[in-house]
Structure formats: structure tokens, C-alpha cells
Design a protein around this ligand. Structure first.
Ligand SMILES: [Zn+2]
Length: 69
């Protein structure tokens, strides 16, 4: 999946998960990542569960701000 950009707006959330490691929680080391890009040029990135959740709501809030026009 291509990273979002101004020409390819959207949000991309990557939550590393390996089913074969389900019995080994220590293998879940990689943090979730997210990045977004809006058609207006605004971008954001986040690493970590809390930060990713915050980025998703930031993105949604930003998108609705465009709908008001
Ligand atoms: Zn925008």
C-alpha cells in the first residue's frame, strides 16, 4: 500500500501483527504506525497506539473541516 501523499490523500494505519507469534506476546514489539495526507497538503505521522488513535481523530476532524466549505 502506497504511503498517502497530497496526490494520493488518505490515511494509512499499520499495526504490526504476526499471528504465528500470538502465544509469544514479547514478539509484538513493533509499534503501530500511521500517516495521513490531505488533498490540501496537510500531513501527519504518528507512532504508538495512543499517538495513532490521536492521529486518526485529528485526520477525521480535519476532513470534516473541509466538508463545511
Ligand atoms: Zn486538508
Amino acid at each position: 500500500m502506497a504511503k498517502p501523499s497530497q496526490n494520493n490523500p488518505g490515511i494509512h494505519v499499520s499495526a504490526p501483527y504476526n499471528p504465528s507469534d500470538r502465544m509469544n506476546p514479547d514478539a509484538w514489539a513493533p509499534l503501530p504506525l500511521a500517516d495521513y495526507a490531505c488533498h490540501c497538503g496537510q500531513t501527519g505521522t504518528a507512532t504508538g497506539t495512543t499517538e495513532v488513535k490521536a492521529l486518526v481523530s485529528e485526520y477525521l476532524t480535519h476532513q470534516s473541516s473541509h466538508e463545511d466549505r
